[in-house]
Design a protein around this ligand. Structure first.
Ligand SMILES: [Zn+2]
Length: 537
């Protein structure tokens, strides 16, 4: 009896642990490839470094889909499914009835609130075919659990919020956070107050300087094929005024590239915590933050640049503030889960790789499309056109027989592409499921294929060959390791810390979180909880 009482007393003396965790913080670092993170790891002493040292770290998660881009990557992270299920095949695709490009999250019925209307802009989740983790949480808690996603990018915030959460993104036209009418008809007070603080304006006229002494950065400040956009220049210090006398769209673009955008997102996260009471009670809440500055820096300066090195140092610092705020909100780390991953990695500028001796090449997609169009017209006559959207080819027009473009044209297009020196494989949609997959690329194309949205012909460029119409800058979007391999990390309540070297798939991200949050799996998840990294308590 006495023993039982003592035991009961000991149990009640333990700090109150909510189960499941009161708050789950999901962090996406846009374009953070595994190699970039690992190369910079030793210098990360802030929030990101802390997570790497204290969490369950999977350095090698590799996307199973072919086209590693922001919208599909974030949707895979939030749903545990590949594009063949979730339907977000790319940041945009070609609508066959009009042969015009549509953005992945365009939703004419639910436009953006409080920003000038741009037809066709991203504004809602209607194109997502499956359940997200945020949706699962809202359903499972009968809408008592909150889910809020913030990002600079609409096509990161929307897939993280799904249908039932809230998505907020930074509109570079007006310099404020906005959302679409799908999510709300009027801004909540906390968001009005955040926007009224005009935080980006505080960066106007300042310069992005190196955080550490120049001797600590690897390589040269000015690398081959770096861009000069929005008045930022190619070397440090980078002026933040967009070449304008007062804040306006070009400045907001420059601001979005700069690491100051990380700090803005941390402030938005704090405002969401306070405004929505995230982590306040035992009903689990979800806060998702997708840092976009890393991707914008990557595109303009490349993954090896001083700019990328510096933006990671600054992100590391900003993340300390974000983690501290989440811990405070949840009442300590014992009630908090933190997860981190990336939507894709990225290629170096081909000129940088070529300087090292690799067989790298910049391939102009407009020239490629024109060459293909010409070849098809020679063979079939008529007004057939080929439109390229990254690795998807959309064929329009009629053949000389007067019918719509048919399988013969699609197969001829694939055959022409196969002979192109930068192409490793190409397949007509007719043959995607049946063609022999000798090099294993077709399996990835299949996982990325969604009928009606994917192309008539799919193709794959050789490694180090980059489809980009600009003479400078770089990109991502292939299944090659530099684009497809990203870190995955979990920390906090219920996580078994360690470094897990097995290659995993980002489809496991949402299921692992669902398990930690004690929710059932998102309805169409293909991945599984990474049980080796969970304590089960
Ligand atoms: Zn991205």
């Amino acid at each position: 009896m006495i023993r039982a009482l003592l035991l009961a007393a000991a149990l009640t003396a333990l700090p109150a642990l909510a189960r499941p965790p009161r708050l789950t913080l999901v962090i996406s670092v846009d374009a953070l490839g595994s190699d970039v993170l690992l190369r910079n790891r030793a210098r990360l002493k802030g929030g990101l470094g802390q997570l790497l040292n204290q969490g369950a770290f999977f350095p090698y998660a590799r996307y199973g889909q072919a086209e590693c881009r922001t919208a599909p990557g974030h949707t895979t992270l939030s749903t545990g499914a590949n594009p063949w299920r979730h339907g977000i095949v790319d940041n945009r695709w070609v609508e066959r009835s009009t042969m015009k490009r549509v953005l992945a999250f365009a939703d004419a019925a639910h436009p953006v609130l409080e920003a000038p209307l741009t037809p066709g802009q991203d504004s809602g989740p209607a194109h997502i075919q499956v359940e997200t983790l945020a949706d699962r949480l809202r359903v499972a808690t009968q809408e008592r659990g909150k889910a809020v996603a913030v990002s600079i990018k609409s096509h990161a915030a929307i897939p993280l919020a799904g249908r039932a959460g809230q998505a907020w993104w930074f509109d570079k036209g007006v310099g404020k956070f906005v959302t679409g009418t799908w999510y709300t008809k009027a801004f909540p007070e906390w968001m009005k107050a955040l926007n009224a603080r005009k935080l980006p304006e505080a960066s106007f006229g300042k310069k992005w300087e190196l955080m550490r002494p120049a001797s600590e950065y690897v390589g040269e400040d000015e690398g081959p094929a770096e861009s000069d956009v929005y008045g930022l220049g190619r070397t440090f210090p980078h002026p933040l005024d967009g070449g304008l006398p007062s804040p306006g769209p070009t400045f907001y673009q420059a601001f979005a590239v700069s690491p100051d955008s990380h700090d803005l997102l941390v402030e938005a996260a704090k405002a969401a915590i306070a405004g929505e009471g995230l982590g306040k009670d035992d009903v689990p809440d979800l806060l998702a933050v997708s840092f976009s500055g890393t991707d914008l820096v990557f595109h303009e300066y490349g993954p090896y640049s001083w700019e990328m090195q510096d933006t990671l140092l600054r992100l590391d610092k900003a993340m300390s503030g974000l983690i501290a705020a989440a811990e405070r909100a949840a009442g300590g780390r014992g009630n908090l889960v933190i997860a981190l991953s990336a939507d894709h990695g990225g290629a170096a500028a081909p000129e940088q790789w070529a300087a090292t001796g690799l067989a790298a090449k910049r391939v102009n997609p407009v020239e490629l499309a024109n060459g293909l169009t010409q070849a098809l017209r020679q063979q079939f006559g008529g007004d057939v056109t080929a439109t390229l959207e990254v690795l998807d080819v959309y064929l329009g027009g009629k053949t000389h027989q007067g019918g719509a473009v048919d399988a013969a044209v699609r197969r001829a297009a694939a055959a022409w592409l196969m002979k192109h020196p930068s192409v490793v494989t190409a397949v007509a949609s007719d043959d995607l499921l049946t063609a022999p997959d000798t090099a294993g690329y077709l399996a990835r194309m299949r996982k990325g294929y969604f009928p009606g949205r994917s192309g008539d012909v799919l193709f794959m460029v050789k490694p180090f060959h980059l489809l980009l119409s600009t003479p400078v800058g770089t990109s991502h979007g292939t299944p090659h390791a530099y684009d497809a391999q990203v870190p995955m990390l979990f920390a906090g309540k219920g996580v078994k810390p360690g470094v897990y070297l097995e290659e995993v798939d980002p489809v496991d991200f949402a299921p692992t979180l669902a398990a930690l949050m004690e929710l059932g799996m998102p309805a169409s998840a293909e991945g599984k909880p990474r049980a080796e990294a969970l304590t089960g308590r």
